[in-house]
Design a protein around this ligand. Structure first.
Ligand code: TPP
Ligand code: MG
Length: 362
């Protein structure tokens, strides 16, 4: 895949697959028989679709980083390096019935559920034709079953439980997938929501995305709660981990969680270990580099989830030319979406609409 030195972490610029890590990637998806069986059922087209979605996610971040550099927007929150923890699990859902509650770093969930990329980018421009009409840069769309993130992180945990409960009450069974960070899972709302989902046995797949940091606070500075792997049991729900940089492991772990939810066996708390390869947003990348030792960036930089999956596909016989075609198509889609969004740039909302959609009609 093409690399973008101006917009990607320096560790990715001259990326090549470490043979030992590629072996580990394969070993991970073969380690658990149930997951191995799920991965084995993926068709060649589905594997290429996962690849296209990963590229689209990376290109979405590159488009935003480019806008920041060009002065179109002041900053952007990126999921670079964490794409597999979003793209894999969403692939386990049925977008026609299920819902997602992404954090801002899980933007890929929006387009993977069918939201137009141009709308996701318009959210950053706060245009009148953006998903919230310019109210908020967080992107969501009821029509596409994407719950718009609420800015106070952790608050979506009980909201997701509520959406699942509403589905049960109204006879419209659905699975809700909700990502929570290693930081936001410490919020009061998150604890209440996880407990409520557990006691009501609601069909929610919570994904605890541990990227080792919350804004500028390292995990060991905000975490005294032992191994996250023990948290599901503490809440009284099922749970298991997956490799947050292995899209196939992420997919398989999520399929098993979604199946359990559909059987009515209650929520699942998945634990994904990964790493934030940049700053909290584009404004504090230098501080982020000072927050962690360079070796940690080097360690995770070798585990680029897209590079590893691409190397896996090549090893499985997919031709380089075929991957290049998929990459070019996904890249063109994002570039066209960015152009379309920019056309709306000066279409700002009428100030009279500031309260529209904020309060229920009397
Ligand atoms: C209640 C609340 N406190 C603080 C913030 C500012 N804030 C936004 S994201 C964030 C860190 C979240 O960390 P984590 O949950 O680990 O997610 P990550 O950013 O690492 O993906 C903070 C402190 C906020 N939005 N809401
Ligand atoms: Mg975090």
């Amino acid at each position: 895949m093409k690399r973008y030195p101006a917009f990607e972490p320096p560790e990715y610029v001259a990326w090549t697959a470490d043979p030992a890590l590629l072996d580990a990637f394969r070993a991970t998806i073969n380690a658990v028989p149930e997951r191995k069986a799920v991965v084995a059922r993926l068709s060649r087209d589905e594997l290429l679709s996962l690849y296209a979605r990963l590229i689209r996610a990376r290109q979405h971040d590159i488009a935003l980083a480019r806008w920041v550099r060009q002065g179109v927007i002041s900053k952007a929150w990126l999921g670079t390096g964490e794409e597999a923890a979003t793209v894999g699990p969403v692939f386990a859902l049925d977008p026609a019935v299920d819902f997602v509650a992404p954090m801002i770093r899980n933007a890929a969930a929006c387009c993977d559920m069918g939201m137009p990329l141009a709308d996701m980018l318009r959210a950053y421009l706060a245009t009148a034709d953006s998903p919230s009409g310019g109210h908020d840069l967080h992107a969501g769309s009821q029509a596409h079953h994407v719950l718009q993130p609420v800015s106070p992180v952790g608050v979506m945990v009980p909201v997701s439980a509520g959406v699942a409960l509403a589905g049960r009450i109204t006879g419209a069974p659905r699975v809700v997938m909700n990502w929570i960070g290693d930081g936001s899972v410490k919020s009061g709302a998150s604890h209440e929501g996880l407990n409520f989902a557990a006691v009501q046995r609601l069909p929610v797949v919570y994904i605890l995305q541990n990227n080792q940091v919350a804004l500028g606070t390292r995990l060991e500075q905000h975490h005294a709660g032992g191994d996250f792997a023990e948290w599901p049991e503490a809440y009284g729900m099922a749970g298991w981990g997956f490799d947050g940089n292995n899209v196939l492991d992420a997919y398989a772990a999520a399929v098993l969680a979604v199946e359990r939810c559909r059987r009515g066996e209650g929520p699942v708390l998945l634990l994904a270990n990964t790493f934030r390869m940049g700053g909290h947003a584009t404004h504090d990348e230098r501080e982020a580099r000072a927050t962690f030792p360079a070796e940690l960036f080097a360690y995770w930089g070798k585990r680029d989830p897209i590079g590893l999956f691409e190397a896996y596909l090549k090893g499985a016989g997919v031709l380089e030319a075929e991957l290049a075609d998929v990459e070019a198509a996904a890249t063109a889609v994002v570039e066209a979406a960015a152009d379309a969004a920019l056309e709306s740039r000066h279409h700002l909302p009428d100030p009279q609409t500031a309260l529209t959609g904020v309060y229920a009609p009397d």
